[in-house]
Design a protein. Structure first.
Length: 660
């Protein structure tokens, strides 16, 4: 187990993440020749759309050996539109390389990635790439890392030069360089930072003693494992400079997986693919136990068992049958025909909680160019939805409409290309719409007595209380089983989330606490389906009593423009309802940070590019949902019949009436 690592490589787009991966595989001997992202020959960019565009779209699993250690490496997309791929990868990793461009420093998506890595306490190495570029100042980069990300950033290398003269990196722990001024300064800084979490080092630091280099390195390893310190390395991946040293650091500072073959089976499915010959392929990270060919494995999430047909180690475009997957390892399992991403296998006790990197904020309708392809398109999108649940594909058969949620325009362009290449269907999209949400204005009760037309009987009363912003939906039942049998209560609990998918304005209802405080069934007349019909009626009754507050997505932003455009930028931001701090002016650049509604700023990057001749930068990331001002109105066409139209809704819910 100590000779295994499961790591990921993440970055803001264009930081050089895939190039770094390519050189790692080459230096390890895994690749015989180097590929290039700009030439569409990178090993981990296997999809046609990835090779054509020079960007990573799907997380790619590869495997190599270094210093007698086997390393599973997951190369993730860098563009924010494909953040869902990164989210799923992070939940199965023991360590991460975060690539930062020495030219651009900490960028918007870098901050987002670090926030999640920090929350999940994933041991991380920072790799500062592109040190060979003109104008690079590593002192500024280190200050940037410590100020924006974390103060315990510890450079463990010195460089021979910055910019085009950069040729090599030297370890501050290497005795050959330990006596240089640069190495000694770096060792002192390392000592000071590590002393904050180590009593022995703190004592030696206070007393002015220099600790043994081996002791410092050992403490750095321990604190990196505990996510208390972050080693920083340097390189120029395109030239292969710093790559072997980065690989050494993976083995030295990132932890081996925990778990044992003897522990109960526990694993998670983090990626799905479709194999032309074998059907659904489930990528599994096993935290404990083992899986062998022909084993029956319990899917804890879905409450079923499925038989393993085959187990393979997959390296992007090559496969090798292994017949077994052991604790700590990653592999592809064939035979899980009902598998979904995120499903827990076995006990699931060792599986870490996933953290959201991003929230899809736009919705579009997907339309086939040829109307005869609609049925095939629905099947294709449902298959893609299984591989990327963040798409949230919604097929509305009555309206014959297909809707998805997306992060941005780049994702739509890539999706259209994937559907054309993989399924042979040409598609287009409706203009993107911002996804709003709703929440009840105040505490209310929702009631329904569904007793007609017979046979039926379902009486429900909910207490509905507004929750803190961002709290989502919580549900609780406080009804005695004598009044409402447990199986009926279970049916109500299952239907509440469905009932909240459309509020008074047609948007999802969130930030609400719902408590079932009254319920009644009839010994003869009640059927479980009665509560399927009744639950939305009671929920909508409560919302109608007090009304709903419309919520809109808010982005945090950093706007940087040449100084002469500062006044125009402030005017634009005010018109877009932005809230911002005082601007700063440095080196001829006007920079301002704050928050802004997505709805008002969705087209601003294009406008800014035209205004500034491409010299303006508008970086954003999702912040939160906030209440809309009273003058903002955003309604969405309701799907199906509104439960407030009681008679018509009951007939529709009982399949006695079309929604048209």
């Amino acid at each position: 187990m100590n000779q295994l690592r499961n790591i990921g490589i993440v970055a803001h787009v264009d930081a050089g993440k895939t190039t770094t991966t390519e050189h790692i595989l080459y230096h390890s001997g895994h690749l015989k020749s180097l590929g290039r992202v700009d030439e569409g020959t990178a090993h981990t960019d296997a999809l046609g759309v990835e090779r054509a565009r020079g960007i990573s779209v799907r997380a790619a699993v590869t495997r190599f050996a270094w210093r007698d250690c086997t390393i599973n490496l997951i190369d993730t997309p860098g563009h924010i539109d494909f953040s869902s791929e990164v989210e799923r990868a992070l939940s199965v990793l023991d360590g991460v390389i975060l690539v930062v461009s020495a030219v651009d420093g900490v960028q918007a998506h870098t901050e987002t990635l670090w926030h999640v890595l920090s929350e999940m306490k994933i041991p991380t190495l920072i790799y500062v790439n592109k040190v060979d570029r003109i104008g690079v100042q590593l002192d500024h980069i280190i200050k940037n890392l410590r100020t924006v990300l974390h103060p315990a950033m510890i450079p463990i290398q010195s460089v021979d030069a910055e910019g085009p003269a950069f040729l090599q990196v030297n370890s501050i722990f290497d005795t050959a360089f330990a006596n240089t001024a640069a190495a000694q300064s770096a060792l002192d800084a390392c000592h000071a930072i590590l002393a904050e979490h180590d009593e022995a080092l703190f004592a030696s630091y206070v007393e002015g003693h220099s600790p043994d280099v081996a002791l410092l390195q050992n403490c750095l390893q321990q604190q990196t494992h505990a996510a208390q310190a972050v080693p920083v390395l340097f390189g120029a991946s395109l030239k292969g400079i710093g790559i072997p040293e980065l690989m050494d650091a993976i083995v030295t500072y990132l932890p081996a997986p925990k778990g044992s073959l003897d522990d109960p089976l526990a694993g998670v499915i983090f990626k799905l693919e479709r194999d032309k010959s074998h059907g659904r392929v489930a990528y599994v990270r096993l935290f404990s136990g083992q899986i062998k060919n022909r084993d029956s494995v319990r899917n804890k999430t879905q409450g079923l068992e499925e038989k393993v047909n085959q187990i393979r180690q997959i390296d992007v475009q090559t496969q090798r049958d292994t017949g077994v997957l052991v604790a700590g390892d990653v592999g592809a399992v064939y035979g899980f025909h009902h598998a979904k991403i995120g499903d827990m296998l076995g006990e699931g006790n060792f599986v870490p909680k996933a953290h959201a990197l991003s929230v899809p904020l736009l919705t579009v309708q997907v339309l086939p160019e040829n109307s005869q392809d609609l049925v095939a398109l629905v099947e294709a999108m449902q298959e893609l939805d299984a591989e990327d649940p963040a798409l949230a594909v919604q097929w509305l058969p009555d309206e014959r409409e297909l809707h998805i949620k997306v992060m941005g325009v780049i994702q739509l362009e890539v999706l259209a290309q994937i559907v054309a290449e993989r399924f042979g269907i040409s598609i287009r999209f409706s203009p993107p719409s911002v996804i709003y949400k709703e929440t009840p204005m105040q505490t209310t009760e929702g009631f329904v007595a569904y007793t007609m037309p017979k046979p039926c009987w379902a009486i429900l009363r909910f207490l509905m209380e507004p929750g803190p912003r961002g709290s989502g939906v919580t549900y609780e039942a406080k009804v005695r089983t004598e009044s409402l049998l447990q199986r009926y209560q279970n049916e109500v609990e299952r239907r509440v989330p469905e009932a909240l998918q459309q509020g008074l304005y047609g948007w999802e209802v969130t930030d609400v606490r719902i408590t079932l405080i009254e319920g009644e069934h009839h010994v003869w007349h009640t059927h479980p389906l009665d509560f399927v019909v009744a639950t939305p009626m009671a929920i909508m009754d409560g919302l109608q009593r007090v009304g709903c507050q419309l919520l809109e997505p808010i982005l945090s932003f950093r706007l940087s423009v040449p100084e002469e455009f500062g006044g125009r930028a402030l005017s634009d931001l005010s018109q877009m309802r932005a809230e911002f701090d005082n601007p700063t002016v440095s080196s001829g650049r006007f920079t301002i940070e704050g928050s802004i509604p997505l709805a008002t700023s969705i087209d601003y990057p294009i406008q800014l590019g035209i205004l500034t001749g491409g010299r303006g930068v508008f970086a954003t990331r999702f912040l939160e949902y906030r209440a809309c001002p009273p003058d903002v109105q955003a309604t969405r066409t309701r799907r199906g019949v509104n439960p407030l139209d009681t008679s018509k809704y009951i007939l529709w819910a009982r399949s006695a009436l079309s929604a048209q």
